[in-house]
Design a protein around this ligand. Structure first.
Ligand code: NCD
Length: 360
């Protein structure tokens, strides 16, 4: 079952007849989010003081600026240089959802560059726990202590709303099934390191794209930076929201929507596997959804071009694995390199937002 970009044009009878998928229909919660996003400032060449919540705030020049600063940070890291660009700044990590990579790379990025880092990794131990303070109040009070926030929250609207009412900027560390822009930045930077460039390359997203927020942001970034092709591979229940497909096609990127990885693996310079976000589905649906997407194998990677790279934002659910143990040992497995790039990219982003960058 394949829907090509051509078939996915609005009003295509062909598409409506073939699968129950309407790329340009926006549901109520998406519409609410779009209204909020519209009110966010565009980066427009200057990250200073601006929250980074959604990819729609960015243009290619903003990404290039970030990647330039990241090159500097990466070189410093490689040289083992001690830096203090963020000295005198305080950063709050406010995680209302579990996290390993986003939280600890942000902590290492800020603290390792001289900032003072405070925060929490769940409501436990904050007044939001036993004293039932609202998350909004918690974050608004934290805002009086710091210069920058990194916030992750399970509700789609919480982070965009706070970006409009806090005094200090936020890095969106993941808003429900919405977006995760700093993950997109690090994915894009990793791809530049591995493939030399994004422009003209072909990418396949494989797994849960309906709830997988990293896919939403990364697909937009890749299209914005000139990706030739984006393939979205999943059964219909887990497919990429039509809104995101519409956006990437708007950048001139060819798209293929299919449930068959074999159809697109030959046209894949990097394969991006996504975890099935079981926690974001109703309990009754979880068992059916858990086993819908097969594991990536080395045999599958062998069917791709010689230089194919394998990426995954992490975490992999060990009870519901996304790839085989052989893939983990394979030369094409770049998942830990990707995590490592998160440190450099987030430090660069914080420097730009706090006006302590070397470039700009
Ligand atoms: C992801 C997230 O939290 O969105 N992880 C991450 O930040 N690297 C992906 C996931 O949870 O599957």
């Amino acid at each position: 079952m394949t829907v090509t970009a051509e078939a996915a044009t609005p009003g295509s009878a062909n598409l409506r007849d073939s699968i129950p998928f309407q790329p340009h229909v926006i549901d109520e919660s998406e519409a609410r989010l779009l209204v909020l996003e519209e009110r966010l400032p565009k980066i427009d060449g200057n990250f200073v003081g601006k929250s980074v919540v959604a990819m729609s705030q960015c243009e290619p020049a903003d990404i290039e600026l970030l990647f330039k600063e990241t090159d500097i940070v990466y070189r410093e890291e490689q040289a083992g240089e001690a830096t203090e660009n963020l000295k005198g700044k305080r950063v709050a990590l406010e995680f209302f959802e579990d996290s390993t990579r986003t939280r600890f790379s942000s902590d290492a990025a800020a603290g390792g560059d001289g900032a003072h880092v405070i925060g929490f990794s769940s409501r436990a131990g904050t007044s939001g726990d036993g004293k039932h303070e609202s998350d909004e109040d918690t974050v608004k009070n934290m805002d009086r202590y710091v210069h920058l926030h990194v916030i992750r929250h399970p509700e789609d609207g919480f982070v965009p709303e706070r970006a409009l009412d806090l005094q200090h900027p936020i890095i969106n560390g993941g808003n429900g099934a919405g977006e995760h822009p700093s993950q997109a930045f690090l994915d894009g930077y990793t791809i530049c390191k591995l493939l030399g460039q994004i422009e003209g390359k072909r990418f396949t997203f494989y797994g849960d794209m309906i709830k997988g927020r990293t896919g939403h942001s990364t697909a937009q970034l890749l299209a914005m930076m000139g990706a030739a092709e984006l393939n979205f591979v999943a059964p219909i229940e887990l497919q990429m929201p039509g809104r995101i497909i519409h956006i990437v096609e708007g950048y001139g990127t060819r798209t293929t929507v299919t449930d068959n990885i074999e159809e697109v693996i030959e046209r894949t310079d990097a394969l991006y596997r996504l975890r099935t976000q079981l926690e974001r589905f109703a309990k009754a649906k979880r068992a059916a959804i858990a086993s819908m997407v097969p594991m990536v194998t080395t045999q599958l990677l062998d069917k791709g071009p010689d230089g194919i790279q394998f990426l995954h934002p992490g975490p992999e659910d060990k009870l519901n694995p996304d790839y085989t143990p052989e893939v983990r040992r394979d030369r094409r497995y770049k998942v830990l390199f990707q995590a490592e790039m998160g440190l450099s990219v987030r430090r660069a982003l914080m420097r730009l937002m706090l006006d302590r960058a070397n470039v700009a």
